[in-house]
Design a protein around this ligand. Structure first.
Ligand code: C2O
Ligand code: CU
Ligand code: CU
Length: 516
């Protein structure tokens, strides 16, 4: 079966058509939105800006030692009140979506015992974590629920456990906004769509010394898009609704599933009361395929309302003031918004300039009134954000991410290869630095496990406005090319890199590298 016309329309989905792969790539070829197809909800959409923003609870350790904190999480189905007057079944870490937030200190080991009470196997990955391979959530290292003890067929050599297992995170890494989510081979898209995602925030002394907003003025915001069925259940076009055997989604959703309801921390278009002071907002795009261009409306006089202080891998060296932030799936932007630039009583909407209709709005802030504020944004944030010189790279590899035929089905490949747990694209020696040149046909947010990278170039130009700092996911647009530089350190073993459009990932756009 070759790519049908319908599928092709789904891929192009209202964005600029991609140019042919292989032609010279020009900086600034911009799809205005996302690669994917809108899945319309089958019930009336809830009204925006009615429900208050909630912040996921911080998970308390079950015990702590001198250098480690221990946590328990049970993965289970539960009901959530996402829409008015109806309950929605979700899959949640401790039964909530987003899952509880884990707060760690850099250098303190976090040990998380996950118990699986879901009707499917799971894999837990700490996204952005610098983690030994056996704890990184390799896609075939399945944790089965206890009641599936007999079901360990065809796991492609993964390390299997039943009932529960521990994930150990050394967290020998900088302060950063990380997140944890499911990573089961072929089924990551529906698992996240059903709720398996949470924040894991790492702090350190460098960050603590800075006069940035803390406490309830430091707010993680997980942005997702979802669609709902007539009965209020989450709608997702899986080929196999049991999510056990056949991977993939129905056409025309093979290029990505886009929802029409925007949730922030699990609430549709919420509203947050804020004082007229500075806030740190930790933006995470946990959507399957949707990209956002976030702006504040109205903009304060003078603009530059979103001051970026950090990204995937932690603080930038210096703050960058933006009028808008483009954020692709899995990326994080830590920003400071100074609400003292607005009047008391004013309502400010966080908009999505890439949206259309219901997806143009994300959430709203309501400025309650003045309050004391001892914070400021220092000119110098972190010295650890210095640039890796390109001449330290031992090798440059070229990787082409494209739509392809995968065993007779439309899918997604890297250099023509569908995901194969037994094939390595690279075998870097520990301590080696490499340049990876990434080329795309459509939008592909490319993510590397283990190592954070820096963006050296985008097309014929320098890194883009949203590429600064240490990244683990780069937002690549149609027919684009970028060079990233990465050092592989500390842990030997097999890791993956992949597209974080989850429908692409599930349909084979993933590869291994093994550090030696
Ligand atoms: Cu956020 Cu390999 O994943
Ligand atoms: Cu990851
Ligand atoms: Cu992709």
């Amino acid at each position: 079966m070759s790519l049908s016309r319908r599928a092709l329309l789904g891929i192009i989905g209202g964005t600029a058509a991609a140019t042919v792969v292989g032609v010279p790539l020009i900086h600034g070829v911009r799809g205005s939105s996302s690669t994917g197809e809108l899945l319309p909800s089958r019930r009336p959409l809830p009204p925006p800006f009615k429900r208050p923003l909630t912040v996921p609870p911080v998970l308390q350790p079950t015990r702590t030692e001198a250098t480690a904190d221990y946590y328990d999480i049970v993965q289970k189905a539960a009901y959530a009140e996402i829409l008015p007057d109806v309950r929605t079944q979700i899959w949640g870490y401790n039964g909530i979506f987003p899952g509880p937030t884990i707060v760690s200190r850099s250098g303190r080991r976090a040990v998380i015992t996950h118990r699986n009470e879901l009707p499917v196997p799971v894999v837990v990955h700490l996204h952005g974590g610098h983690t030994p391979p056996e704890h990184d959530g390799y896609p075939t290292d399945l944790l089965y629920p206890l009641n599936m003890a007999g079901m360990n067929h065809d796991h492609m050599g993964g390390a299997i456990s039943h009932g529960q297992r521990d994930y150990l995170y050394p967290l020998q890494q900088r302060a950063a906004t990380l997140w944890y989510h499911d990573h089961r081979m072929d089924f990551t898209g529906p698992s996240l769509w059903h709720g398996l995602a949470g924040f894991h925030l790492v702090g350190d002394d460098d960050e603590r010394r800075l006069p940035l907003p803390i406490g309830d003025r430091d707010i993680p915001l997980m942005i997702t898009d979802r669609s709902f069925d007539t009965d209020g259940s989450l709608l997702y076009p899986s080929l196999d609704p049991t999510l056990l055997t056949t991977p993939g989604v129905k056409e025309p959703y093979g290029a990505g599933v886009l929802g029409d309801v925007i949730l922030v921390n699990g609430t549709p278009w919420p509203v947050a009361d804020v004082s007229a002071v500075r806030y740190r907002l930790r933006l995470l795009n946990a959507s399957n395929a949707r990209r956002y261009k976030l702006t504040l409306h109205p903009a304060p006089s003078g603009g530059q309302s979103l001051v970026q202080i950090g990204t995937d891998g932690g603080l930038l060296d210096r703050p960058i003031a933006h009028d808008a932030i483009e954020i692709a799936p899995a990326q994080r932007f830590d920003i400071i918004v100074d609400f003292s630039r607005y009047q008391s009583g004013q309502e400010i909407t966080l908009r999505n300039e890439f949206g259309d209709g219901s997806t143009t709005h994300v959430m709203r802030f309501r400025v309650t009134g003045p309050a004391p504020d001892a914070t400021h944004i220092p000119e110098q944030l972190s010295a650890a954000a210095a640039v890796l010189p390109a001449n330290t790279a031992a090798i440059t590899r070229t990787l082409l991410f494209r739509h392809d035929d995968v065993s007779g089905m439309p899918g997604w490949t890297i250099n023509g290869q569908p995901f194969n747990p037994n094939y390595d694209f690279a075998q870097p020696k520990l301590g080696t630095t490499e340049i990876w040149r990434l080329i795309t046909d459509f939008h592909h947010p490319i993510h590397l496990h283990l190592g954070h990278f820096q963006v050296l170039r985008r097309g014929i130009g320098p890194a883009g406005a949203y590429d600064h700092g240490w990244k683990d996911t780069i937002d690549l647009r149609p027919a684009e090319e970028a060079m990233i530089i990465v050092t592989f350190d500390d842990y030997k073993g097999r890791y993956v890199f992949h597209c974080h459009n989850l429908e692409h990932e599930d349909m084979a756009m993933m590869g291994n590298f093994t550090t030696t």
